[in-house]
Design a protein around this ligand. Structure first.
Ligand code: IFM
Length: 473
């Protein structure tokens, strides 16, 4: 199959942002350099059996030591934006108290390096690596952590708020709450529904408070949050499966979207939680309901809900990725339409989308290493088409970002699952640009050519980032 291309050349507006994404713990390494503190993931990785291949984030992609080369790699893809996260324990090792100049300096170099290359920095504050010291005093289950997070957000905004294009408070609060505190398969490995619901409330509250504090401090970056969302379909039309789908929809989508955009938790989920529902103080819900400049969503697949026998993904007859996730691009269109229909959303960004597939390094006639990852290329192309479909039906989209720039530490799956459009050989740290990256680079280049052709002013607009880079160089 050849990768389908979006039919209408002008469908994506001139300011549509094409990007690639990563997260600190998954790529940085340099785990104890510059006084960096430990995060809950460092500790979790030491637990026997927690990570499939027994690995950890100590070296990962060694990104901290290879910053300039990796920035060149991003630039070579011609993307508009790079979405990365800051490691809280790298910049403030204990989560409170002293800041690390070495840690802050690393992110200064990262941001300035992006600007110098004409790439807009999209900064995420919390992509799961909570300072371990804060976990010792209760972590996200403890209300104090909310205030430590706001201080952290303010510190980062003071340092980088003048140069980053956007700041995301949290990446995927559902994952942190549910997988980290209810099923316990992610750090910090707690298994309690009551704790998980309190954690989700504190994450949302800290998001709202951080937004208010950053705005009050004059931060000019666009502010938002990133949710992992997928449409939930009942496995059959039975009443039991439909009820199960409704509940899962409530716990994954409405539990986050309703407070953020309507200022209340959904009644059916509160009833389901009963005594496990979170403690909410006066004013919390209004704080969570603070307006945002964008909403990011990470989309990989749909969810099929079944009240009885677990649904077998293979029975759908569709391809699955190496994660066992069904390839279901139309679910993205469905989701985007639903978000815009049910909520007063700001511009939507797909902040992560991509697939883990089995990759093989082969050598070309000239001996150069190559990865012909056709499955990943088609996955990305089909999901971009799904975004285009939503836009044709009126959804206001701000951008699309591939997960991930490069292969990295896939949490409890370790290094075996590769999501990158750039291959990483972990033994030598060699980066090899995969065919999917070549395709994405060419696709983005065509989009840029079209926007210049259809909007000559774009030529004048485009160097906006370059201008900022001049200032910081
Ligand atoms: O690798 C993760 C990322 O950290 C968060 N979103 C999903 C990705 C793939 O599992």
């Amino acid at each position: 199959m050849t990768a389908p291309l979006t039919a209408e050349p002008t469908l994506f507006p001139p300011d549509f942002v094409w990007g690639v994404a990563t997260a600190a713990f998954q790529i940085e390494g340099a785990a104890s350099e510059g006084g960096k503190g430990e995060s809950i993931w460092d500790e979790f990785c030491r637990r026997p059996g927690a990570i499939a291949d027994g690995s950890n984030g100590l070296v990962a992609c060694d990104h901290v030591h290879r910053l300039q080369g990796d920035l060149d790699l991003i630039q070579s893809l011609g993307v508009d934006a790079y979405r990365f996260s800051v490691s809280w324990p790298r910049v403030r090792p204990g989560g409170s108290g002293a800041w690390s100049e070495a840690g802050l300096d690393f992110y200064e170099r990262l941001v300035d390096g992006l600007l110098a290359r004409g790439v807009a920095p999209y900064l995420t504050l919390n992509h799961w690596d909570l300072p371990l010291e804060l976990q010792a005093s209760g972590g996200w289950a403890h209300r104090d952590t909310v205030h430590r997070f706001v201080e952290y957000a303010q510190g980062m905004a003071r340092r980088l708020g003048d140069r980053v294009r956007a700041i995301t408070t949290h990446n995927e609060p559902w994952v942190m709450a549910m997988l980290g505190h209810e099923t316990g398969i992610f750090a910090p490995g707690i298994k309690s529904r009551a704790v998980a619901s309190q954690v989700s409330h504190h994450l949302l509250l800290s998001h709202g408070l951080a937004l208010q504090a950053l705005r009050a401090g004059g931060c000019k970056a666009d502010l938002g949050i990133v949710l992992n969302l997928s449409p939930i379909h009942p496995a059959t039309n039975s009443a039991a499966d439909r009820a199960q789908a409704r509940l899962e929809d409530g716990r994954l989508i409405r539990w986050y979207m309703d407070p953020l955009f309507k200022g209340s938790y959904p009644d059916d989920v509160l009833a389901f939680l009963g005594a496990d529902a979170p403690r909410v103080e006066a004013g919390d819900m209004q704080t969570i309901h603070t307006s945002m400049d964008f909403l990011g969503l990470n989309y990989y697949s749909r969810t099929v809900a079944s009240a009885g026998t677990p649904w077998d993904v293979h029975s759908s007859g569709r391809a699955v990725t190496e994660m066992g996730w069904e390839v279901y691009p139309e679910g993205l269109t469905e989701l985007l339409l639903r978000l815009q229909r049910d909520y007063a959303v700001p511009p939507l960004f797909v902040t992560e989308n991509g697939g883990a597939f089995k990759d093989q390094i082969v050598h070309g006639a000239d001996g150069s290493p190559q990865v012909h990852d056709i499955d990943r290329r088609d996955y990305i192309a089909r999901h971009i088409d799904a975004v285009a479909d939503a836009m044709r039906q009126g959804v206001r989209m701000g951008g699309y970002m591939v997960w991930s720039l490069m292969d990295n530490f896939e949490w409890a799956s370790g290094y075996a699952k590769r999501f990158g459009i750039v291959h990483v050989d972990y033994a030598s740290q060699t980066r090899t640009v995969k065919d999917s990256a070549h395709w994405y680079r060419d696709f983005v280049a065509r989009q840029k050519a079209v926007r210049v052709a259809h909007n000559p002013q774009q030529q004048a607009m485009a160097p906006d980032w370059a201008k900022q880079a001049e200032v910081t160089r």
